[in-house]
Ligand binder design. Structure first.
Ligand code: 8YV
Length: 325
């Protein structure tokens, strides 16, 4: 009898061609309804599985690992992996992988799209038009903020931050300032035409501040009331990183009180719930976590997650590991 093939779970609906690829190697259980499984359902379905292809929605923590002793690898279909307790995974000998690089340029495109939509009041003016309130053109109607030639601040200068910096510097003649855990090497700074500044200076000087840093417990609410107070009242804030980095209640208050001109948000604390105050303020562009959402990019991310499962379970090595075992 041939040896039994490993079993893997795909926790959300993904492209059929990726499922077909997995089926060439594994017994595959899928989630064809694309339901967000409650924790007990996820635990039950993980029983007997050697691998899982997850999204940012599933929390992989010590309790789950304890309850699923057969699990060897969890491949996240995202570059961020704050849904993983990496330390617990390493302790349990479980390989974690993410999906970097393949989404960099697409996500940087979206960061720039959100910046422009926010600065130029695209959503707000469209709502005005759709509501039938446009009765006459006016010189001072929906005046926005300048993008070209302005100062672009980037908080978190990884691959996506660098992509946004290049777009701003080379495409829009922006002066680019950044803050990061560590300073980039001189060649990368020159390529991005970006200057390193302390966090406070970044907040004070940016006309448009884009957040692209990973979420960790240490940077929870690293943009809160005190940080927002340092920003110019004419500035815009863009969050394509993670909910929880910004204190959404403090942001809504700053927007309401005119202490910040506008915000563009693709991620939220406790998403898919959105802080009700953010839904009430007009000068905010809200999108449902779609920064990497093009067909080509999401397909590439899903393939990379599947390839990580295949490489781990058939050759014992991960392509893009997030922990060392
Ligand atoms: C993912 C993301 O699509 O990659 C990330 O970190 O935020 C998005 O690109 C999302 O997390 C789904 O898992």
């Amino acid at each position: 009898m041939p040896p039994a093939r490993p079993a893997v779970l795909v926790t959300r609906q993904v492209f059929p061609e990726v499922i077909d690829k997995l089926r060439r190697h594994f017994e595959v259980e899928t989630n064809d309804d694309d339901a967000v499984w409650p924790r007990d359902v996820l635990l039950a379905r993980l029983q007997g599985k050697a691998g899982a292809l997850t999204t940012g929605t599933e929390r992989i923590d010590a309790a789950l690992l304890q309850a699923c002793p057969g699990l060897k690898v969890v491949a996240n279909l995202s570059v961020g992996y704050n849904n993983f307790d990496v330390e617990a995974m390493t302790r349990h000998g479980v390989q974690g992988t993410n999906a970097p690089d393949v989404l960099t340029e697409t996500t940087a495109d979206f960061g720039f799209a959100l910046l422009m939509a926010t600065a130029r009041r695209v959503s707000e003016s469209e709502h005005f038009l759709r509501a039938g309130r446009w009765h006459k053109w006016a010189v001072e109607m929906f005046l926005g903020a300048e993008v070209h030639g302005s100062t672009l601040g980037i908080f978190g200068m990884g691959r996506i931050g660098q992509g946004i910096a290049r777009r701003g510097a080379h495409g829009f003649g922006m002066q680019v300032l950044y803050h990061n855990r560590s300073r980039l090497d001189a060649a990368t700074e020159a390529d991005c035409r970006a200057s390193y500044v302390p966090k406070d200076e970044l907040l004070r000087r940016a006309d448009h501040l884009v957040l692209v840093l990973p979420y960790t417990p240490e940077n929870h609410h690293s943009i809160g009331a005190a940080e927002l107070a340092l920003m110019q009242p004419t500035a815009t804030l863009i969050n394509i990183a993670r909910g929880g980095i910004v204190d959404d209640a403090a942001l809504a208050q700053a927007l309401r009180e005119g202490r910040l001109a506008a915000a563009g948000l693709d991620v939220f604390e406790g998403e898919p719930a959105v802080h009700p105050d953010l839904l009430e303020v007009p000068n905010v562009v809200l999108t449902p976590h779609i920064a990497s959402a093009t067909r080509g990019t999401r397909l590439a991310m899903a393939h990379l997650a599947a390839d990580n499962l295949i490489a781990c379970l058939t050759q014992g090595r991960a392509l893009t590991p997030v922990n060392r075992l």
